[in-house]
Every structure is written in C-alpha cells, then in structure tokens.
Design a protein around this ligand. Structure first.
Ligand code: KIV
Length: 292
C-alpha cells in the first residue's frame, strides 16, 4: 500500500481551495455564447481568444463555466485518451462521440471538432460529407482540418456549405511521419503562403502550431482572420492548449511550450493515495458518509 503523510493531506486541501478561488475570481457573472462572429470581433478589438481542448461532458462544463471562448475537440484523444503515440488512428465515430459529449456540457463556448486523418484528404466532397457529420451527429459548431494550400479546396467546399472551418498549419500532428517527428516548422515562405490560402478559402480562424514566435507575428499581422497559437509565441490572436497538458495530467510528451497552470495530475495521485490509505485505516467511510 502506498501511504500519504498528513502534510500532503493538508497540501491537497489548500491546493483545492486555491484552485476554487482562482476559478471563482475568473468566473464571469453572466455570458452570452461566443460565436464564429466573435472570433473576428476579437481580432479587430485586440481581445485574445482562449481555446482549450475538451473530450467529455464534465470537463467541458468546467471549462465553459470558467469562461473559455472555444472548446476544441482536437485529434489529441488519440494520445491523451487512447494512449497512442500519435493522433492518426482516431476515427470519425470517436470524434462524433467526444464532440457530442463536449457540446452537451457547453453553454457559451464555441465548439470546434477536428476532422480525423483521411476524412478530408481524398476529395473536397469527402471533406464536406464528414464535416457535415461532425456538425449533424457530433453537434459541433465548426470543424478544424490541417494543411494550407493542399487543403484549400476542401476548406472552400466546406465553407460554401456554411460550415465554419478553422485551419491548422505548422506542426500539423497528422503529418507526423512526413515531418519525421514533432518538430518546429520554420519554412517561412511556405507557412505564409499556406496561411493566406487557408484565409482565402474561407476559414474563420487559423491554428499555428510550433512555429517561431516572430514568424507567427508576421503571419498574424498579414491575416484578417485570427490566429490561434500553440507553441507559436505571444503574438497570436489567441492561444490553445491541450486540457491534459495545462493540468499536468499527461507525461508521455512534454513540449517546451506547455505551461502547467494547475498540477491536477499530481493532485489526482495524492487523492487516490489518500483514499487508499483511509479505506485501509477505516477512516473512510465514517458516519458522515454512511446511511443510518
Ligand atoms: O489535436 C489537437 O488537440 C490540436 C491542437 C491544436 C491542440 O489540434
């Protein structure tokens, strides 16, 4: 049995309290839904856009009530939920499932769901059919797909059907074998042309992943649609992080850009150890947690 000392028990309590008051203080009293139009408004007004990935009802509820603008049902469940080394084997069925769960827990945040690998590359028609499925069955409000010039026709086709599209360039996780690993992307000319192609195809926002901060600044200033950075420095119009990364719950991969905003992973471990210790010692369940 692994134990826990009274000191760490105390720490667990105060960490919970700190987190609760941090959430309370950032909890907006009342909000209106963040829509596709608000992405554009935010860019014009210079208000940064907050995006976090979400995969289930409970975490979506928490993030939504914290006032996060957009929840991204990203392809990362391949890694953080399924434990794969990449996002390539995630299916449409799985994305629809996660998307529905997230939308169910969301009142105000805009829900965008990723098109999985090989669901939009074959033809613009295939892309539109699958994007439609994520909206119809997955209850998403927009879809995200990877690629610049190579995905322009697919983005056009989807946006012509009035489905909002978020683009994604730079280190696109579905191209991992082509890139030879998770590497910072530095081809300036290619990335600028890709960004412009995504915008010209009708996308409402663009994720920039793992590119130098100065290049992200240049792209952000060249575009009229907002850029959402992940490992792309502070000059983007918004930021996105993977839920499990920002809460210190995922240790398989630790990219340089990840900041742990609350060590929930460690707290989960401590709570589980405390639970185990209390059932062994008979402290739990006590009369307060038992029926008469
Ligand atoms: O798959 C994903 O989670 C993403 C990132 C941008 C967070 O696309």
């Amino acid at each position: 049995m692994s134990g826990i000392n009274p000191k760490s028990k105390k720490n667990l309590g105060s960490a919970h309290q700190e987190l609760a008051s941090a959430v309370e203080s950032t909890n907006p009293p009342s909000r209106v839904p963040f829509t596709k139009l608000d992405f554009q408004k935010a860019k014009i007004q210079g208000k940064k856009i907050s995006v976090i990935t979400a995969y289930d009802y409970t975490s979506a509820q928490l993030l939504d009530s914290a006032g996060i603008d957009c929840l991204l049902v990203g392809g990362s469940p391949g890694m953080v939920i399924q434990g794969q080394s990449d996002a390539l084997s995630v299916t449409m069925e799985q994305m629809i499932y996660h998307s529905r769960c997230v939308r169910q827990g969301t009142k105000n945040a805009f829900v965008v769901t990723d098109l999985p690998f090989m669901t939009y590359q074959v033809s613009p028609e295939q892309a539109l059919i699958n994007a439609g499925q994520l909206i119809q069955s997955g209850r998403a409000q927009g879809v995200k797909l990877e690629g610049g010039i190579r995905s322009a026709a697919a983005i056009s086709k989807i946006t012509q059907a009035d489905i909002p599209v978020m683009g994604h360039i730079g280190l696109t996780p579905q191209s991992i074998h082509q890139f030879g690993g998770f590497r910072v992307q530095r081809n300036e000319e290619k990335l600028i042309n890709d960004a412009l192609a995504v915008q010209d195809s009708g996308a409402f926002a663009l994720v920039l992943e793992c590119i130098p901060a100065e290049l992200a600044k240049t792209i952000t200033s060249r575009l009229t649609i907002p850029t959402i950075g992940i490992g792309a420095g502070p000059h983007c119009d918004g930021q996105v992080l993977v839920f499990h990364d920002l809460l210190g719950m995922f240790s398989d991969l630790k990219p340089k850009f990840v900041k742990i905003f609350a060590a929930i992973g460690e707290q989960i471990k401590q709570a589980a150890q405390l639970y185990q210790q209390e059932i062994q010692s008979g402290t739990y369940p006590d009369t307060e947690h038992s029926f008469r």
